[in-house]
Design a protein around this ligand. Sequence first.
Ligand SMILES: Nc1nc2c(ncn2[C@@H]2O[C@H](COP(=O)(O)OP(=O)(O)OP(=O)(O)O)[C@@H](O)[C@H]2O)c(=O)[nH]1
Ligand SMILES: Nc1nc2c(ncn2[C@@H]2O[C@H](COP(=O)(O)OP(=O)(O)OP(=O)(O)O)[C@@H](O)[C@H]2O)c(=O)[nH]1
Ligand SMILES: [Mg+2]
Ligand SMILES: [Mg+2]
Lengths: 287, 292
Amino acid sequence: LHGGRALDDEALAGIEETLIAADVGVETSLYLVERLRDAAREMETADTDAIVGFLAGEIGSMFTAGSDAEPERTRSDVDPGVSERPRVTMIVGVNGTGKTTTIGKLAGLLQREGETVLLAAADTFRAAAGEQLQIWAERTGAGFVFGQQGGDPASVAFDAAEAAVSRGVDHLLIDTAGRLHTQKNLIAELAKIRRVVEKRLPGAPDDVLLVVDANTGQNALSQARLFDEAVGLTGIVLTKLDGTARGGIVIAIARELSIPVRYVGVGEGLEDIARFDASEFARGLFP
Amino acid sequence: QLSDRLQSAFKSLTGRGRLSESNIEEAMREVRRALLEADVNFKVARKFVDDVKVRAVGEDVLNSLTPGQQVVKVVHNELVKLLGDTGEPFRIPTGTPAVIMIVGLQGSGKTTFCAKLARFLKQRGKHPLLAAADTYRPAAQDQLSTLALQLDVPVHTGRPDADPVEITTTAVEEAGARGADVVILDTAGRLHVDEELMQELERIKAATKPAEVLLVLDSMTGQDAVNVAQEFVDRLDFTGAVLTKMDGDTRGGAAVSLRAVTGRPIKFASVGEKLDALEPFHPDRVASRILG
Ligand SMILES: Nc1nc2c(ncn2[C@@H]2O[C@H](COP(=O)(O)OP(=O)(O)OP(=O)(O)O)[C@@H](O)[C@H]2O)c(=O)[nH]1
Ligand SMILES: Nc1nc2c(ncn2[C@@H]2O[C@H](COP(=O)(O)OP(=O)(O)OP(=O)(O)O)[C@@H](O)[C@H]2O)c(=O)[nH]1
Ligand SMILES: [Mg+2]
Ligand SMILES: [Mg+2]
């Protein structure tokens, strides 16, 4: 983008390329460029600041579209007598995106904010999944509940919900096994885990977060659709933003499904997590 | 369907005739869009389309095909060629021991692939030794050890504070004594832009002199595949690649980006979490998947 130059077709093509290169996807990129073309006509000077500012605003509004429509539902809205604690978060997503690591980071973040945390190792399938989460529990001082290797993940979630209540913790974070959105039986298993948690703690889970790897291309949109359909997503964690991939697919996800991004992962360490800032994210797409 | 979308580009062309330049222009825009939607990098898609344009212009429209189908056929054939034609089967390395080094980004499927490769080699009469050289990820050595136990394959681990380079060299030194003729090195996932960790891989390669260095790439990788591929081929000159999670519904355009940028053969497709879920990479099937 060159400051002060008029917004000609060549400049618009360059912006379209930047968006596509960031994995925003063809349809959403074309849409944003068309919005920019119209807006530029009204601009006094379509310089770099004005262009990036407009696109950042346009992208930012896609992320808040859903949340303005639906105020955050609290447990006591569902059942006036029920306690707001423990607040339950389920972490879901396809294989290798960073779910277990994200839970470790979230535990650290919550503890630093003075909250107590319990971690549930409901991935009973993958080799050393429980051991991996246990190390994060040790690193953060969070409580830890695990199940038998090969056991039923729903019963681990149930046991953890019981433990969260009896120990009076503020937050229960449930780790689940990676699974492809195309594996119907595994997606059904996830829905079952959710139902079991809901039965034990009416109003729970308060959050179901889909962990999306920033390296992922258009497939993340299918992932979001199918996971949302099965368990209802309240947000996304976008990981591995410390690499060179920009994770623009979350813009298409926000636009189509109104699912906001709640956190970003920016490394493999405990503190490598931040709350999502839509404007900062949008500006980061442009060099 | 791409051929349906191309039909509108060829409304004016009926029956016998030659594909004209303007027919091709519009058709190639559709092809380029299909490739982008399949996650092929935009620069790779543009170059591919430009190369194919040259081949498509002047082609005789076969009687049996509509012009749209004809263009798809040309595009499909060119894509198959780019992906590696009939494919290159994995050659079992010989050596005492032979070393195979496994590298890639975080979470791509390396540790699981190391176990799959061990099973593949064992089935073909080799005696693999797995080396757990990831000292960073919590319980990484546990993970590989668990898989090794499932396969009844020996595994070499180090202390949690051990130097990964040292773990690999020790594994190679001890291979003979453990009756192993192939050593498979599982390395920690890392960013291609992490200078220190990329240098660590260079040191491992220099110290163990692998017969094969395989890049493990998640098949759902988007536009950034070109950057990852470029950096890994520049720094490590890998000999082949493995595309993982091909059992999903991702179109797999990362395969095209990888081939266009590095020219290295894609040797395997990992098609599931189980240790028997490993296939040779089929350029023809993947081309059909990419074109949707
Ligand atoms: N660079 C970087 N690496 C990350 C980030 N988040 C996770 N990772 C790494 O990604 C790899 C996979 O992380 P996991 O937490 O095991 O992923 P997962 O989704 O739980 O994996 P499965 O349970 O096997 O599906 C590990 O090597 C992590 O250290 C991040 O934000 N940045
Ligand atoms: N569906 C599917 N899952 C796979 C495939 N290959 C690996 N996985 C899963 O992907 C996740 C990550 O695999 P790992 O082997 O831990 O990946 P890694 O590259 O060693 O990860 P790091 O060491 O953290 O970089 C695990 O849940 C695996 O079971 C595959 O072909 N298909
Ligand atoms: Mg996990
Ligand atoms: Mg690994």
